[in-house]
Design a protein around this ligand. Structure first.
Ligand SMILES: Cc1cc2nc3c(=O)[nH]c(=O)nc-3n(C[C@H](O)[C@H](O)[C@H](O)COP(=O)(O)OP(=O)(O)OC[C@H]3O[C@@H](n4cnc5c(N)ncnc54)[C@H](O)[C@@H]3O)c2cc1C
Length: 407
């Protein structure tokens, strides 16, 4: 990170730390031409007029306290959707990290050497990290699950300590030997961070479906490199670096072309939800909204293996929430960032569950209890978007025709 900061500073880039973007700016044709946000430490606003924007705000993990994820609330998804952008693969959004029940560390590679136990110390049949995480999810619905890294020998233990020292920090702090003691584990939703859905990428420059808006890293769909399942591993960071490179080049070309036209553009603020005066609507309470969204998306019994009736019930409540907050404001502008995060989580949850409902099969991490097998007729992508009305459309890969399939 330090090296990257040094390089961009040397290139003349101004970095705004602690200054989240709240909305995009668009020209009169709807092309993205800037962004605006707030300097958190002084409470002042900023805006930047640009030739183009690369959305690189990461995925959405719904504030589940998973390692490194609690700054990833889908803000960029909301901003992009307000400018009219489409998403792809939002049904591939239910990654759950496995980790200690009492801390945020979800690095799960080493659980491949674990045995999973119930509270009586009996091994749980079929439970595992890479294969058998569903058994853990199911067991956690009714009772605690414990793990022990007891399928290791001295060499593997030494290698583990060397290769991922941060995995052991919480154990060492509590004086727990994970190789011999049983310790409680849980599953934390990592959403689209270790899922694959995100902004629909329309060409090799990582352009989104809105002119002037490009997408990189976890904010963009990763279906292009790994379909409906990522798992851990280096391809995710590789995609972030490569898509960042391509999106940056594409955005620079777009900006140069826009500048060559030399037409001064009047910019409009694309942000809608809660950024303006709420009129007569009651102000929103960000904490309450966050809890309400989490109630629908965090429980593994709703989201790990989905089912039509549960999805429909959640969508009924999430849609109702949306229609309550869409015209509201915040009571105090210091809550604006948190409120936009809450609204972004709400928006992401609706694209996630609406696409999950339309994918009537089990493919990658899009698991359905009511459709447990893959369906060869559904080898298409699902695009989605919209705020007040969420839509889903089939997007053919290879030679399939595209057609709208659900509103
Ligand atoms: C526990 C864990 C372990 C992982 N291990 C690996 C691994 O071993 N190998 C691998 O390749 N990948 C791994 N990944 C995945 C990898 O971390 C991601 O794919 C990668 O970080 C994506 O980079 P990114 O820049 O797109 O997004 P991020 O790294 O998530 O960065 C997004 C940034 O945007 C900022 N942001 C969000 N909203 C706003 C806003 N409104 N305004 C301004 N900024 C905003 C966030 O604060 C954040 O700094 C792991 C992920 C997790 C969660």
């Amino acid at each position: 990170m330090r090296l990257m900061r040094k390089r961009v500073k040397e290139a003349g880039v101004q970095i705004l730390d602690h200054s989240p973007a709240l909305e995009l700016l668009v020209d009169e044709h709807g092309a993205v031409a800037g962004a605006a946000g707030v300097h958190r430490q002084v409470g002042e606003t900023w805006s930047a007029r640009t030739g183009s924007v690369v959305m690189a705000t990461g995925g959405c993990a719904f504030l589940s306290n998973a390692l490194g994820c609690n700054v990833l609330t889908g803000d960029g998804h909301l901003m992009a959707a307000e400018a009219g952008a489409e998403f792809s693969g939002m049904e591939f959004s239910n990654a759950y990290g496995l980790g200690l029940a009492f801390c945020s560390v979800t690095k799960s590679l080493f659980y491949n050497w674990a045995t999973f136990y119930d509270a009586t110390g009996t091994a749980i049949p079929g439970a595992g990290s890479s294969h058998g995480r569903g058994v853990i999810a199911k067991t956690l619905e009714s009772q605690p699950v414990f793990a022990c890294l007891d399928r290791t020998d001295a060499d593997i233990r030494a290698w583990m300590r060397r290769s991922q020292p941060n995995f052991f920090v919480p154990f060492d702090r509590l004086d727990i030997d994970p190789f011999t003691r049983h310790f409680p584990v849980t599953l934390r939703l990592e959403g689209t961070v270790r899922g694959t859905g995100g902004l629909h990428v329309t060409d090799a420059t990582c352009a989104s479906s809105v002119p002037g808006l490009y997408a990189a890293g976890d904010a963009a769909t990763r279906e292009l490199i790994c379909g409906g399942f990522t798992g851990g591993g280096s391809h995710n960071a590789a995609w972030a670096m490569s898509s960042g490179f391509w999106a940056g080049a594409g955005a620079a070309d777009h900006a140069r072309a826009a500048r060559a036209l030399r037409t001064p553009r009047a910019l409009l603020r694309a942000g809608r939800t809660i950024l303006r005066d709420g009129g007569a609507n009651a102000p929103i309470d960000p904490a309450a909204l966050i809890r309400a969204v989490q109630d629908e998306v965090l429980p593994a019994q709703r989201n790990w293996t989905r089912r039509a009736d549960l999805l429909e019930a959640s969508l009924g409540r999430l849609d109702a929430l949306w229609h309550r907050v869409r015209g509201a404001a915040v009571s105090d502008r210091s809550q604006m960032v948190r409120a936009r995060e809450a609204v972004a989580m709400l928006a992401v949850s609706r694209w996630m569950y609406r696409t999950a409902l339309v994918r009537t099969e089990t493919r990658g991490m899009a698991r359905r209890q009511d459709y447990p097998a893959a369906d060869a007729a559904q080898r298409h992508r699902l695009l989605s978007g919209g705020l007040d009305e969420v839509w889903v459309a089939r997007h053919g890969v290879r030679h399939e025709a595209n057609e709208d399939i659900a509103a």
